[in-house]
Design a protein around this ligand. Sequence first.
Ligand SMILES: *[C@@H]1O[C@H](CO)[C@@H](O)[C@H](O)[C@H]1NC(C)=O
Ligand SMILES: *[C@@H]1O[C@H](CO)[C@@H](O)[C@H](O)[C@H]1NC(C)=O
Ligand SMILES: *[C@@H]1O[C@H](CO)[C@@H](O)[C@H](O)[C@H]1NC(C)=O
Ligand SMILES: *[C@@H]1O[C@H](CO)[C@@H](O)[C@H](O)[C@H]1NC(C)=O
Ligand SMILES: *[C@@H]1O[C@H](CO)[C@@H](O)[C@H](O)[C@H]1NC(C)=O
Ligand SMILES: *[C@@H]1O[C@H](CO)[C@@H](O)[C@H](O)[C@H]1NC(C)=O
Length: 483
Amino acid sequence: MDRNVTSIDFSNHFRTIPAADVLLASQFAMIGAVCVKEVDLTRNQYISIQSGGINLMKHKNCLEKLILKENSIWGDRSLAIEMVKLVNLRWLDISNQATLHVKNKTNKNKTDVRRLDKTDTNYFSDRLTFVFQLPHNLQYIDASYFGGRKTGLININFTNAGKLDFLNLAGNKFVDCLGHFHGLSHLQTLDISDFNCSDLDLKMISFMPYLKTLISRRTHLNVGLQNDVKGEFLKQLFGLKLIDFSENEFVTFNKHMFVSQYRSLISLDLSKNIFSKFLIPISKFSTLKKLSLVQNRIAFLQKSDMNQLENYQRDKHINFELLLNDNNFVCNFDSIDFVRWLQETKVTLDNNRNYSCVYIDNSKKTTVYAYTHLDFIESKCLSKIWLTISIIVVVVFLLLCTASSLAYKYRITLHFWYLHIRRKYRHYTALGGDSKEYKYNAFVAYCNEDEEWVCGSLVNYLEKTNGYAIEILQLGGSLWIIS
Ligand SMILES: *[C@@H]1O[C@H](CO)[C@@H](O)[C@H](O)[C@H]1NC(C)=O
Ligand SMILES: *[C@@H]1O[C@H](CO)[C@@H](O)[C@H](O)[C@H]1NC(C)=O
Ligand SMILES: *[C@@H]1O[C@H](CO)[C@@H](O)[C@H](O)[C@H]1NC(C)=O
Ligand SMILES: *[C@@H]1O[C@H](CO)[C@@H](O)[C@H](O)[C@H]1NC(C)=O
Ligand SMILES: *[C@@H]1O[C@H](CO)[C@@H](O)[C@H](O)[C@H]1NC(C)=O
Ligand SMILES: *[C@@H]1O[C@H](CO)[C@@H](O)[C@H](O)[C@H]1NC(C)=O
């Protein structure tokens, strides 16, 4: 007691029978009887810490680092309030609280010990601000995988958080992101992975002026940000150096998204999304060194993308690193420039520049293989082009031949139709000069079957009744009258 001790390791001291324990206030008081800087209580199957223990610690000012990870503690609000008394606490790890060991055994009414139990949720559902006081020297909080509460986020005003620079909330499956954080005025690293940010308050992280690292994996940001056309979400976060937006199902994103980070961003992780194109306006950045597009669905980079990357690397004197493994690359005629670029660019690439790709014969090959067979791809594709051209020429030629032979065969019919059509569209014009110049008024050509009618009734009618002179001529076909 009363000695100065750097560290006490109580980890893994759970009973062998599957059971759960409560860390009693008296036990905590015993720990506090030593001036210990670091206490490790990892993996003890604790489900709760009895309140009052911290108050009873004689040397509570000594404690700087408290590790409670891998227990089954359901956050207890009184514990959070008490913790404020650990005035020199810098490091708090309450991550990975499993529910597995507890289950039914000791605590059937878990809701009773949740920090945000049912009544709390209802209370805060109108998005009031929840004030959360921290020990004022706290710099590091790892509360990742803390618990599986199915609640939404609320507005949280952290007080005394002026020294907090690391906050890990990953793995806590908040069902929405309709809340924002206040008071984290010096936070540098924030991890909100696994929140469901389909519903997103665009001001969620806006009040963290010193934020340098933002990790937001599996947060459905593709949905949450789809209406953020003005790029509100990351606006004013001028210090962000590292952004991890992997596994967010992005197909595309708003081009204003990173406007505030053009002069600060160093590393951007967009792996495991579903980009099929290279959409990063790389030339706008001035410090970006690393971009990951691993596990997306890019077939190949366009000429303009490659030029952009080359220019960026050259003009900004940055040794740029681009990670491209596991995309849907193709190695065919369209991607020849890309395959060549992969081997020849000065941009640093991953996987030894050797990516799998779908080859011209649809087999799986690698881009290195394709590069060594560029001539083959080219010739194959050129021959394909020639083949296509030849086929087109032959087909056109055959069509022309058929058409002209048909035209020849039916030339008389065609000529007739031509005349017929011409007649249709050219109106009747009177013959010029004196009509006495002509011997006949009309000429009738007819066929055998119509002889009787033409020579009988018609000629009779026209010549006898109307006084016209008619010339008639017998033909083999049907009767036509040309007036
Ligand atoms: C413990 O350390 C403090 C300073 O950190 C010192 O004042 C005190 O004398 C030490 N106590 C013992 C028992 O060594
Ligand atoms: C929890 O308790 C219920 C009833 O009290 C029981 O049906 C269930 O099997 C228990 N689960 C476990 C994991 O022990
Ligand atoms: C659980 O809570 C209910 C009502 O809140 C209560 O009636 C019951 O006794 C509690 N059970 C235990 C084991 O604490
Ligand atoms: C946060 O809480 C502190 C102390 O209660 C208060 O001074 C401050 O105005 C609050 N900030 C916001 C944004 O609510
Ligand atoms: C996330 O939230 C949206 C909207 O509330 C919901 O439709 C979706 O199913 C949620 N996704 C998951 C994985 O819970
Ligand atoms: C490229 O990868 C393939 C398959 O992974 C491998 O067989 C080949 O040796 C690699 N080539 C180089 C140059 O690394």
